[in-house]
Design a protein around this ligand. Structure first.
Ligand code: ADP
Ligand code: MG
Length: 725
């Protein structure tokens, strides 16, 4: 008898040391927040005045950085970091793997007398040169010219990472080839922030506003699973692929709806407290935490921030979520679909843009009179209508294919939800050329005198929409849980910059022709509303009718990654990104290649892991059981019993074993196939041959799981993994 499976009772009883050793002293949030961040306050305290002023102007107005400032900052930064125990520094950057990368350098500088000094110069602060040959570059950088540079991003503050036995200074950086081409996710994001700023400022000027910087803002809501590490590490698929390749839905999943928003289990709560504390020190403003829909699933979300900072903070959040989990005997799983038949994880990306004092997507009480809001909101809808393909491509990768369109997440058809009030206004604008009223939200009584009346939102929530207007921001819900938010944000910033550019140009032209401002604006808004109307859908995005309706409206439906990615390099999109200086053709082509390559590798690993688990874990368990059944049947017959039930079971197992071997063989043959010479043909081979072959193996394995004795089953089941907390 094999007893490889972990005992759920022991797991349930386990109390991680971190739970016991937590000091119960109150946390002073104000003191803790940003403690490990070299922010404005620290700069003001440590930098000479002129340098501080120069830096401030770069941060607040985007003026180019004076090189002399860097030396002063380096000195101050080093002092500050060393006082807090840092011994090393690293340029912290975001290569195209979607993760973060760092290479540490010590502050130590040996001196001639056998002693040592510590040093950190402006040059080292501004530029790093990691050996870049092993980061994906999609042909942008041949390995013989492996130089890649990291460049300090002064707009995102440096911070200290604390480890168990030391600390190091992290300097948020961009990463580029020595020809100046972006090899990372931050550079295009920064460029897109700049493009949106420029176009939005220009529009504001047309409205007679005094110029102020305009910033994109992001608030990402992170969903994740927490799995007991004993279960996690007993599943090669979890370890290698981040998701289960096999497993049947447990008798109790999420249908009782008893987990969602339920009280948070003790171990999980302790974990969340520590995650928050760590992130607060790093200046990440986490705000909300709760149980999610699936058992074992949770969500944490920050207060929104300026986009570049928010993107850095999101990377930190994912890293801290993973790191802290191990202290509590847990593994944090960020995969979009760790369990078949159970809700997957997304990362709703709340997006807006505004000046330091004002959100430009704030409709106010009577949006029909709010010309600026109508202008900016129309620009967003115009952008979405024109660039559905890009929005879809921004969330296209293997993990997300399991989630999009699976009746738990938005479909792979991009549309926008605007709610009743805005729909009514845009209808009026499209039909009559202008809107004369806003449907009121009003107050809602609860029928109990002692409860206060609540202001009613003007639109209900629509959880099924991929891109929903939720009050004063859009919520891009198709983003996957494990994804860097940089590229989705880059796309939104760029397409809205373009829409604003076009609408402002037309407005300028009308004004130059002598048309009155209001009249010119009316004409533009009416034309735009007529054109973007087909992208608006307030109904149920999960329904089959919507699929048909969307096809009638001519909306794109790009079900899988490989359907969506080619759009990255369409002529329309190359022209768009080049025009706004966000990504060059070569940069786009390299990204396309890298993303296709990642798809290929992801599915390839899954195919091989599936073959290995089915062959070396499931098949032997089935055969052992068969042997036991046959032995028992023989004994039974010798004792004069008929052994009918035993033999019937043996036949059923034998049949499944035959089928399993047949399906494993097919998968093995496909795994052997190289799928041609290019990354594109290899990826196509994955989609066309590996995925169906793996699904066929899964089908038999999942049947066997229902037949084979529990104590023979070679890895933990969904029941264990999802319900032991
Ligand atoms: P809801 O519950 O309707 O989703 P919340 O107020 O809880 O709205 O916000 C959800 C997320 O949206 C949070 O991370 C929040 O910070 C973010 N958010 C709110 N306003 C903005 C904004 N102007 N820009 C970007 N994100 C925002
Ligand atoms: Mg939300």
């Amino acid at each position: 008898m094999t007893r490889a499976r972990f005992d759920a009772l022991t797991a349930a009883r386990y109390r991680p040391p971190a739970l016991e050793s937590r000091p119960r002293t109150p946390v002073n949030l104000e003191e803790v927040f940003g403690k490990n961040v070299f922010g404005l306050r620290e700069m003001m305290a440590t930098l000479p005045k002129p340098q501080y002023k120069a830096l401030l102007s770069t941060l607040q107005n985007g003026t180019p950085l004076d090189p002399s400032v860097a030396d002063a900052v380096a000195v101050a930064m080093k002092e500050w970091a060393m006082e807090r125990g840092a011994t090393h520094f690293t340029h912290w950057f975001q290569p195209l793997t979607g993760l973060t990368a760092e290479k540490h350098d010590s502050f130590l500088e040996p001196a001639s007398d056998g002693k040592a000094l510590t040093e950190f110069s402006g040059k080292e602060l501004v530029r790093g040169e990691p050996d870049a040959s092993s980061f994906p570059s999609g042909g942008l950088r041949a390995t013989f010219e492996a130089r890649g540079y990291t460049a300090w991003d002064p707009t995102s503050p440096a911070f200290i990472m604390e480890g168990p036995s030391g600390a190091y200074l992290c300097i948020p950086s961009a990463f580029a080839s020595w020809t100046g081409e972006a090899l990372d996710k931050k550079t295009p994001l920064l460029r897109s922030i700049q493009a949106l700023d420029k176009q939005a400022r220009r529009a504001l000027a047309l409205f007679g506003e005094t110029p102020e910087p305009v910033r994109a803002t992001l608030g990402p809501e992170q969903e994740f699973f927490l799995i007991d590490e004993e279960f996690f590490f007993r599943r090669p698929d979890m370890v290698l692929c981040g998701r289960t390749l096999f497993g049947t839905k447990p008798p109790k999943g999420q249908e009782m709806e008893d987990h969602y928003f339920g009280s948070i289990p003790e171990r999980i709560l302790a974990y969340m407290n520590e995650v928050e504390l760590e992130l607060y020190k790093l200046g990440v403003p986490l705000k909300t935490r709760h149980n999610e829909v699936a058992p074992g699933q949770y969500e944490m979300a920050p207060v929104f921030e300026e986009a570049n900072r928010a993107a850095d903070h999101q990377q930190l959040t994912m890293a801290v979520l993973k790191r802290v989990a191990r202290k509590y005997g847990l593994v944090c799983v960020l995969h979009e679909k760790p369990f078949q038949g159970v809700n997957g994880s997304g990362k709703h990306l709340n997006w807006s843009f505004g000046t330091p004092s004002r959100n430009l997507l704030e409709p106010g009480e009577t949006p029909h009179e709010n010309k600026q809001f109508l202008f900016f909101c129309s620009a967003v809808l115009k952008a979405v209508a024109r660039h559905q393909d890009l929005i879809r491509a921004a969330v296209a990768y293997a993990g997300n294919d399991h989630r999009l369109g699976a009746n738990e997440a938005p479909p792979a058809i991009i549309s926008a939800f605007v709610g009743d009030q805005l729909w009514d206004i845009f209808e009026q604008i499209a039909e009559a050329g202008e809107a004369k009223s806003s449907k009121a939200g009003g107050l809602m009584g609860l029928g109990v005198d002692t409860l206060p009346p609540l202001p009613r939102h003007t639109g209900d929530r629509n959880r099924t929409s991929p891109f929903a207007f939720t009050g004063n921001k859009f919520e891009f819900r198709a983003v996957g849980a494990s994804q860097s938010i940089s590229f989705p944000a880059t796309v939104l910033n760029t397409i809205v910059a373009e829409a604003l550019d076009e609408m402002s140009s037309r407005l300028e032209a009308e004004l130059a022709r002598g048309t009155a401002f209001d009249e010119a604006l009316r004409g533009i808004l009416a034309d735009e509303a007529r054109q973007f109307k087909p992208i608006i859908f307030n109904g149920d995005n999960y329904s089959a009718e919507w699929r048909e309706e969307a096809a009638r409206r001519g909306l794109l439906h790009l079900p899988t990654t490989l359907d969506a990615l080619p759009y990255l390099v369409s002529e329309k999109n190359v022209a768009l990104f080049e025009k706004y200086g966000v990504l060059s053709r070569r940069e786009l082509e390299s990204r396309y290649e890298i993303y296709v390559d990642r798809y290929f590798k992801t599915v390839n690993i899954e195919g091989e892991t599936g073959q290995y688990m089915a062959q070396t874990m499931v098949l032997p368990a089935a055969v052992r059981y068969l042997e036991e059944l046959l032995r028992t049947a023989e004994k039974a017959k010798a004792s004069g019993l008929k052994a009918e039930g035993i033999l019937a079971t043996a036949r059923r197992v034998e049949e499944l074993v035959d089928r399993l071997v047949e399906k494993i063989d097919i998968l093995a043959i496909q795994n052997q196939e190289l799928g041609g010479d290019t990354v594109f043909s290899k990826a196509e081979h994955m989609r066309r041959n590996i995925i169906p072959a793996l699904n066929a193996v899964r089908d038999v394995v999942d049947r066997l799981e229902r037949v084979i004795p529990d104590d023979y089953w070679p890895f933990p089941t969904y029941r264990d993994m999802l319900h032991v907390k």
